[in-house]
Ligand binder design. Sequence first.
Ligand code: CO8
Length: 268
Amino acid sequence: MSESETHTPEFESVLYEVRDGVAVITVNRPKKLNALNAPTISELMEAFFIARDDDAVGAVVLTGAGEKAFVAGADIGELAGQTPIDGRRVARRGQMVFELIENLGKATVAAINGYALGGGLELAMAATMRVAAKGARVGLPESTLGLIPGYGGTQRLPRLVGRGRALQMILTGEPIDADEAYRIGLVNEVFAPAELLDGAIALAKKTTRVGPLAVRYGIEAVSRGSETSLEEGLRIEADLFAILCASEDMREGTTAFLEKRKAEFKGK
Ligand code: CO8
């Protein structure tokens, strides 16, 4: 075990551990259904920085403590007293943390183990992939509070499931269950609750067996490319492809194939 794998940071509302090369980050406020208050957002940011910078971590799984919720949203107690100035600042801060997750350079799998509502679903949508426990419920109920999503929901949901379904979820506030989320492509897989975490770790682990730079640039190509024209996106793809052609990993991957052996990638 490397030294970095033994390093377990201590947080108030977030648990962090590394299992076999996968960092498992757990939002840990089960009595409040893991609602995201300001300190939890800060701790999540710190945890993701640690995962990003640790070479012993190849991928990340993000989940919620307890059996009831992944994250039931932003903390409504904090939201209730916000002025417009606070609201903008808090929304931008959360958005920044979610962008860190989205562009971590390593795959992140959100393991949705119960309610993922409002900021909770928005957090899961910043992950590279999502898996859910059967019976989990996901939605954007902000409109029932007289709000709209503020952690990226109005932007990421239509990109994932299309405009019509996204607007239905945003404007009615009604949640959908895991099977329906799977059907519309919002989650990648559905597991029995007892198998969710192992399933999420197994999926995350698969992304650590391929070239690490390929994962980094694959995420970047999809992320940047989906925000631009096809022509510009194809150029981004070709540029990133060209960078990979200069990597040791590409040399190793192609040579290993030709020599009929398993590639040993170094992320270089
Ligand atoms: N915030 C704060 N506390 C919460 C939240 C939340 N989002 N969700 C649950 N809790 C608390 C409850 O108040 C309760 O606390 P206590 O025991 O002290 O009374 C505890 O968690 C358990 O919850 P319930 O008793 O309500 O559990 P139920 O099983 O009866 O209901 C539900 C579960 C259906 C999930 C229910 O708790 C619920 O509706 N929660 C709120 C869901 C919601 O509306 N989420 C969206 C919040 S708004 C948002 O996320 C905006 C994001 C963008 C913000 C951008 C700028 C800040």
